[in-house]
Design a binder for this molecule. Structure first.
Ligand code: BG6
Length: 471
């Protein structure tokens, strides 16, 4: 038995549109960048065409959410389902689908917590404008956000603007960046990032104007980086890894301007984005009502000196991996003190306590975890069950870390792990599963898509029932 959690603490679970919905072109939906990228791998793993088929199973899935006892469901709207080409006609069937989902969640007493954009830019915008590089994408997003707030604002009070802007920007495929030249790629990336900051701020403003009692904020991919040694330059490198990957983003949301250290990087690298008059005022609107973040693992860094061939600020991206080394700042290292998941994520519940305390001390905003979980190759055993005790262990330790952080004085609104059900992982299809509910399909065989609650489902049900007293 533990002391439990504060009254009103929200227990949730999360998913995103392209990872669960399927029906990628049904009822008028347009293609997204996430669809496009998944189709490149269709010959060897599941793509977005069916995914978990939530589009055809939403009612059954929400019934399972109710059985689990969820108080909050964090999911995303697909921009291309609502506006197929991103900035043109509205698709009434897209709105109707999300109305059905939101109505039924409300009927079941589950709070809808909607992300507007989770890695799935309408592909038409990538074709027309090269996506976020062009400022017209900002206008398109603001319009889309306003449409959603007008349409759903009476029922949806919790909103998230962009999922993991700070991570997405590091993955070329997600941004549709295909540029060989390292410097030019970084220039485009910085411009795209800046435009997303504007879009974020405009959406925050629109939400506050339109949604009565609405709360809105970002969902960043958190980082907690340890120095490889106690050499002062490694300690600085660890700090810089966090600054370059996460803190710069939260600072921009909160203060409406780049931190000194980040501006120094943009200047050193000669990639300061183009800004217009009036942007400063727009960015000041962006202050969120809460900070949501996703947490899976911790990182480790050593100092990486710059040299003639590798100027200060130059980053090295490795394909679709999310971490980079940066000359003059930091090198990504393995932490030998931590166990890693079978996919290399260094598991560290204590890091979650550190991040909660750090962000709270810096911004003093309420915190909510919008993703946390263990991706593994689960097995459906002969008894028709999934015995995922390893996931229960992982989640239990992370829930304990939240409890400790609350005792440390951090104000937490809730915990919404990844994921409610198995879904298309960003790069490992259905081989890597995170869900409380098993979806009976394999990468290349859709089987019957049956929903099977795993052992972790029943464990979490009891956690919710006892408000965290029994873990
Ligand atoms: C987060 C994303 O970065 O991590 C999710 O918001 C993603 O969309 C999750 O699925 C887990 O990552 P992966 O690569 O294991 O699917």
């Amino acid at each position: 038995m533990t002391k439990g959690f504060p009254e009103g603490f929200l227990w949730g679970a999360s998913t995103s549109a392209f990872q669960v919905e399927g029906a990628w072109d049904e009822d008028g939906k347009g293609m997204s960048v996430a669809d496009y990228n998944s189709f490149k791998r269709s010959d060897r793993q599941a793509d977005t065409k069916t995914a978990s088929d939530f589009y055809h199973h939403w009612k059954e899935d929400i019934d399972l959410m109710a059985e689990l006892g969820l108080q909050l469901y964090r999911f995303s709207f697909s921009w291309a389902r609502i506006i197929p080409d991103g900035d043109g006609e509205i698709n009434p069937a897209g709105l109707a689908f999300y109305h059905d989902v939101v109505d039924y969640l409300t009927e079941k007493g589950i709070r809808p917590f909607v992300t507007l954009y989770h890695f799935d830019l309408p592909y038409a915008l990538a074709e027309k404008y090269n996506g976020w590089e062009d400022r017209r994408c900002v206008d398109a997003f603001e319009r889309y956000a306003r449409i959603c707030f007008e349409e759903f604002g009476s029922q949806v009070k919790y909103w998230q603007v962009i999922n993991e802007q700070n991570l997405m920007i590091r993955v070329d495929e997600r941004m549709n960046i295909n540029i060989e030249d390292n410097h030019e790629a970084d220039r485009v990336r910085a411009q795209m990032d800046y435009h997303m900051f504007l879009a974020h701020a405009l959406a925050v403003k629109a939400c506050h104007e339109i949604v009565k009692d609405g709360k809105i904020g970002p969902a960043v991919s958190s980082t907690c980086t340890y120095p490889l040694t106690n050499k002062p330059e490694d300690v600085w490198a660890a700090r810089m890894n966090d600054y370059m990957k996460t803190v710069y983003c939260l600072d921009m949301h909160y203060y409406g301007e780049y931190s000194g250290i980040y501006m120094r990087y943009l200047k050193e690298r000669d990639i300061v984005p183009k800004m217009e008059e009036g942007d400063r005022e727009i960015l000041k609107y962006g202050r969120p009502d809460y900070i949501a973040f996703n947490y899976y693992r911790t990182l480790c860094a050593s100092y990486l000196p710059a040299d003639e061939e590798h100027p200060v600020g130059m980053r090295v991206y490795r394909g679709n991996e999310v971490d980079f080394d940066q000359y003059g700042y930091c090198r990504d290292e393995k932490n030998e003190n931590l166990k890693a998941s079978e996919y290399g994520a260094q598991i560290d519940p204590n890091g979650l306590r550190i991040v909660l305390n750090d962000y709270y001390a810096r911004y003093h905003l309420p915190m909510i975890i919008t993703e946390n979980g263990l991706g593994t190759a689960d097995v459906l055993t002969e008894d028709g069950k999934v015995h995922d005790d390893y996931r229960i262990d992982y989640l239990r330790e992370h829930v304990r870390a939240c409890q400790l952080a609350i005792e440390d004085g951090v104000e937490m609104i809730g915990y919404s792990p990844w994921s409610f059900e198995d879904l298309l992982s960003s790069h490992q299809g259905f081989r890597k599963r995170y869900g409380f509910v098993y979806i009976n399909r394999e990468d290349m065989d859709e089987k019957d898509l049956r929903r099977i609650p795993k052992d972790s489902f029943y464990w979490y049900q009891n956690v919710i029932r006892t408000n965290g007293k029994e873990l």
